[in-house]
Design a protein around this ligand. Structure first.
Ligand code: SF4
Length: 454
């Protein structure tokens, strides 16, 4: 499958790409299929079965809400986060939902939305099955979907390779091939990706789409910096971004390390919005949604000569790197731990920043490699099954690390280095495969079990 930059960067809703965005899309696909088969009016009952990681951390990651919204015909990119809570509350209060917004059926969560915490499906740990029944109990349609990370959804029996491959000008399956294309054509990584996007739509549309991605990221930062209070879910986590924003604006003595605080501020703002179920860009996941906006925020605030064109170059370069992880490893914490979320976001952001700092393709590849090398082994152990602790702060670390990686590669390196990006991606994949399941988005290990709540 040839991915687009807009597969890596998708407008969505918090708090999780695999547990919120993916299941909502799966539910939406299910009701759309019922409509296409003209079966919707015969449906008397719907049952949803969640398996594996979706069952274990689904409540904290708002999978239940996402499934209800998807069955109502809502999509993650279009649903209004401000209205989503009201829609869910109404379903819960009345015990009924409207399939695709039309066909009213009874839906009582205790009976119709089942969390199978002790069972995982074979293909992927994030499995969800939807079953629609007629009045007489006969099954009209039953489909199983897998939320495979970063908001990507695969239906049972449909391999990712079955998705029609868009013909692109430059096919690359590894960083080595990407670099070879660059050497042969003299194109930068961003230019290679732009040429591939040209096979899908005119350049002006791609540029407008990239500008929209940055504007949604930027709006998320602004909302996060302006919104105070306690995050939902019961952990009592206080939003920190507004206070930090006030402190940084009020600082009277120059602090050479204040740049760290600004970068952290942007990451906190995005991830607090994400944790609250707000509008975010999946980049490449929701749990790691703050890393790239924070580094882009750094670019605009601290890099002289930053432009909108530079932000597009950043996003294209970062997307090219993200595609390599999606193809050769995973973006799913349920498969590889947080390496696949904050680790990949860090690697993508390092590459994007290296590009706009004027780095060569070799230096960009080096930056991406450094960004992942020091996230290898990162586990996923969210406390209370919520995308809050350690997730929110972890994004600040990912962003700072990305900036350091880009500076090491571009300002203090010439692109030659020992470990290749392909080697580090394969190492990340193997490390994820070896990682025990309790560290892979199940909240059965790590901080999730060692933190004692008073
Ligand atoms: S620990 Fe990392 S991978 Fe796990 S939910 Fe948090 S951000 Fe996502």
């Amino acid at each position: 499958m040839n991915l687009s930059v807009f597969d890596l960067f998708k407008v969505g809703i918090g708090p999780s790409s695999s547990h919120t965005v993916g299941p909502m899309l799966a539910a939406y696909r299910f009701v759309t299929e019922l409509q296409e088969r003209a079966q919707q009016d015969a449906v008397a009952r719907v049952q949803v079965d969640l398996y594996g990681s979706l069952a274990l951390t689904g409540r904290g990651h708002a999978t239940d809400r996402a499934v209800l919204l998807g069955l109502m015909g809502e999509r993650p990119d279009l649903v209004d986060p401000a209205l989503a809570g009201g829609i869910v509350d109404l379903i819960r209060a009345t015990g009924r939902l409207r399939l695709a917004g039309v066909r009213a059926v009874p839906f009582v969560e205790e009976r119709d939305l089942l969390f199978h915490e002790d069972k995982s499906l074979v293909f992927h740990p994030n499995g969800v099955r939807f079953t629609a029944e007629a009045d007489d109990g006969a099954t009209l349609l039953s489909e199983t979907y897998y939320s495979v990370g970063g908001g990507f959804v695969v239906k049972e029996g449909e391999s990712t390779e079955a998705v029609p491959a868009n013909p692109v000008e430059f096919v690359f399956t590894s960083a080595a091939e990407l670099l070879a294309i660059g050497r042969a054509t003299g194109l930068s990584i961003a230019e290679i990706l732009m040429r591939n996007e040209r096979t899908r739509r005119p350049d002006a549309e791609t540029e407008a789409g990239l500008d929209r991605i940055w504007s949604v990221m930027s709006a998320c930062i602004q909302r996060g910096m302006a919104t105070s209070g306690i995050l939902p879910g019961g952990l009592g986590v206080k939003r920190r971004a507004p206070e930090l924003y006030r402190e940084l604006n009020a600082a009277s003595t120059p602090d050479p390390l204040a740049v760290f605080d600004w970068v952290s501020l942007y990451a906190l703002a995005v991830n607090e919005e994400n944790a609250a179920g707000g509008r975010v860009v999946t980049a490449p996941t929701n749990g790691a949604a703050g890393v790239i906006p924070a580094v882009l925020g750094y670019y605009f605030q601290f890099q002289p000569g930053a432009t909108a064109a530079g932000a597009r170059q950043f996003l294209l370069t970062a997307a090219a790197i993200g595609m390599l992880y999606k193809r050769n490893a995973s973006l799913s914490a349920a498969e590889v731990g947080c390496q696949g979320e904050v680790g990949v976001a860090c690697s993508m952001a390092a590459a994007g920043l290296a590009a706009v700092m004027g780095g060569t393709n070799a230096q960009i590849e080096n930056a991406a490699e450094i960004g992942m090398e020091h996230n290898l082994g990162l586990t996923c152990d969210p406390v209370g099954g919520l995308v809050q602790v350690p997730c929110i702060e972890r994004n600040t670390m990912g962003a700072i690390k990305a900036i350091n990686a880009a500076r090491l590669a571009v300002l203090h390196g010439d692109g030659t280095h020992r470990i290749t990006l392909d080697e580090v991606i394969e190492t990340m994949r193997q490390t994820g495969a070896d990682m025990q399941a309790k560290y892979k988005e199940t909240s059965l290990g790590g901080l999730a079990v060692n933190h004692v709540e008073c």
